[in-house]
Design a protein around this ligand. Structure first.
Ligand code: F6P
Length: 542
């Protein structure tokens, strides 16, 4: 049995028992009390980022027991199993080697006996060649026009990473090329994209690990129809590219082998942005910037693989999250980037965190008796401040907050950027420390109760100098490893998504019923039959 398969119920460890005890005492302390002690052990530097965990409700004693929990659940052994290509994705019998995607020459990463670094480099070179040809105008459309628009069709991990990073690295893009991201099977998504593009100067990239995803194939068929309607069937060869592990299916779709860039089963969908799934991004940024982003990922990988647990940023972040979730009962995390460029980062993290760790059985199939992934959501600051922060400050639920701060702006608007950062620091302060009745000096006495703020919100603050390919890569890698460590402590498989798969099967059956105009399908439950009937009637009536 591999080390990956040895699963420990974390609640049976001495550290879990100790943490339970501490939750009754420290859990009652306010952050004001806790913050009065030395907090330097909760401030870290790694790969261009500072992580400040000093606003977590974690005392030295709690911290030590969290580290003991990581040790007693064999987190580092599990990390090393992932590093050496063990099939840590037990239910799909696969390795999780996304760190190999950012390998540098000389690094060794193996899937079983096979060294994967050469294969990664070969596909990277193919992506770079395609990107350069599109960027410098050597890749022409079938009527000889230069490519000005790239449509990436994909969903989940085949969309969220490229779309998020495209926006995040807006300052690094080639202005001559616009990328459009289409994911939803709602036809308005593809139709809006197509109507913004000219087929003669558009390249469509069908991004799908499996090349079977209903949304992606439906959108790709629409795009193909749009293209061939104007430019004829032979245009597919010059206007379509595919990115997939399922090369035969891409070829069957009509995309020539030389226009298919591959990747591997050991890259999970939500860990795939560094693979060929990032092709649209590489076209927008250029291979050198893309490589720089991979360096940022690798910087954090190296830190994760070598730093001792008490100074290991992904480990510490994961353990603080476990303290909040399992011992303080905090059910959700708001991701609050003080950066408009990172507007899609919360959505990206939703898949990474919740598709990975939204599980309720351990790897050995036993149900868990403790909470696993919290709910992730969020919006950029300062917009969120004028929306849901009221609940964060004075509502009846505690929401842990990840505040992301970029010290320097993209452009020259220093003053406005300073206003942005002042807000981030103010919110971190108010969320964690609150405001007591004695501190309410303004306004009438009968409003004091309305103006008191409990504080005590655990805030994790991440800060970097500038949002660059390298710092962004490191930030994403930080969250990837944080998710891994939490999954390791909880004893779950962070790399499968069976819950998502079942919904796809049920939708296929209903699709057939709709096509046949049938609502009384005995395989469906009563309420669904009722909804289907209502839909068919309403569709008829308009
Ligand atoms: O949503 C489930 C899922 O399987 C994700 O894990 C994946 O990123 C997405 O669908 C897209 O899958 P594919 O790349 O195979 O089209």
């Amino acid at each position: 049995m591999s080390s990956a398969a040895r699963v420990i119920d974390p609640t049976t460890t001495p550290a879990w028992t100790a943490l339970r005890g501490l939750s009754a005492t420290v859990g009652q302390m306010s952050l004001r009390e806790i913050a009065g002690t030395n907090r330097d052990f909760l401030r870290f530097d790694a790969a261009e980022w500072n992580l400040d965990a000093s606003r977590q409700r974690v005392t030295r004693e709690v911290f030590d027991q969290l580290l003991a929990l990581a040790e007693q659940t064999h987190v580092l052994a599990h990390r090393d199993a992932m590093r050496t290509g063990d099939h840590v994705n037990t239910t799909e019998d696969r390795a999780a080697l996304h760190m190999a995607l950012r390998a540098e020459p000389g690094d060794i990463w193996c899937d079983g006996d096979i060294d994967v670094v050469n294969a990664v480099q070969t596909e990277f070179d193919r992506m770079a060649e395609i990107s350069d040809r599109v960027r410098d105008g050597r890749w022409l459309g079938s009527t000889g026009k230069r490519i000005s628009h790239v449509i990436n069709i994909g969903i989940g991990g085949s969309d969220l990473g490229p779309a998020m990073i495209y926006q995040a690295l807006g300052a690094f893009r080639d202005p001559r090329i616009t990328c459009v991201f289409v994911s939803n099977v709602d036809p308005v998504d593809i139709h809006d994209a197509l109507s913004a593009c000219d087929p003669e100067s558009t390249l469509v990239i069908v991004s799908s690990k499996t090349f079977t995803t209903r949304e992606t194939i439906s959108n790709a068929l629409q795009a193909r129809e749009w293209l061939t309607h104007t430019l004829g069937p032979t245009s597919v060869a010059t206007h379509f590219l595919a990115v997939s592990t399922n090369i035969p299916a891409a070829q069957e779709f009509g995309i020539p082998r030389e226009s298919v860039v591959g990747f591997w089963e050991w890259v999970g969908g939500r860990y795939s942005v560094d693979s060929a799934i990032g092709l649209s991004l590489m076209i927008a940024l250029g291979p050198a910037q893309f490589r720089d982003m991979l360096r940022g990922f690798r910087d954090m990988d190296q830190h994760f693989l070598s730093a001792p647990p008490e100074r290991n940023v992904p480990v510490v972040m994961a353990l603080c999250g476990i303290w909040n979730r399992d011992f303080l009962g905090i059910e959700s995390v708001a991701v609050l980037p003080y950066s408009q460029r990172l507007a899609r980062f919360p959505a990206y993290l939703q898949q990474l965190t919740m598709e990975s760790n939204g599980k309720s059985v351990r790897r050995d199939g036993h149900p868990v008796s403790y909470p696993t992934s919290p709910i992730y959501w969020g919006e950029p600051g300062t917009n969120g401040q004028h929306s849901f922060y009221q609940l964060l400050h004075q509502g009846t639920s505690t929401v842990a907050c990840d505040i992301i701060v970029i010290a320097r702006p993209d452009g020259s608007e220093l003053l406005m950027h300073d206003i942005l950062v002042a807000n981030a620091l103010a919110q971190a302060s108010v969320l964690s420390m609150g405001r007591s009745a004695d501190e309410v000096h303004d306004g009438s006495a009968d409003l004091v109760a309305h103006r008191v703020m409990a504080g005590n919100t655990p805030v994790m603050m991440m800060m970097t100098g500038a949002l660059t390919p390298r710092s962004l890569g490191a930030l994403i890698s930080l969250y990837e490893h944080m998710v891994f460590v939490q999954g390791a402590v909880w004893g779950i498989n962070s790399f499968d998504q069976w819950g998502v798969e079942f919904g796809k099967v049920v939708a296929q059956g209903i699709e057939k019923d709709i096509a046949a105009g049938v609502w009384d399908d005995p395989t469906l439950d009563g309420p669904t039959r009722h909804s289907l009937r209502a839909f068919l009637e309403r569709r008829e009536r308009g």
